[in-house]
Unconditional design. Sequence first.
Length: 95
Amino acid sequence: MWRDGWKLKLLIERKLIDVLDPLMMRLLGWRMKVCKGIGKIKLKHNLPIHVPEREKEILKKRQQQARKFNLSDKAVRILAKAVMWESKRVQNGLA
């Protein structure tokens, strides 16, 4: 039995992933609601949806934060860009 202990550990770790992934989706959904509010403000005040300086600032901050969790710069950059793309898509849908 002790030789198969890894199977139980693997099952437990996978169950944990199954709990964490929906939480990430919930957080992303919440973030998109906030982005929608930002988009409404931008629309009302005739501000651009895409602000390259802000994107650079966000990418830099996220990469600094990622290092604390031993995440690769590349993975965080890809993830952050995908989240920003979705944020812009949500905001552009308001017009």
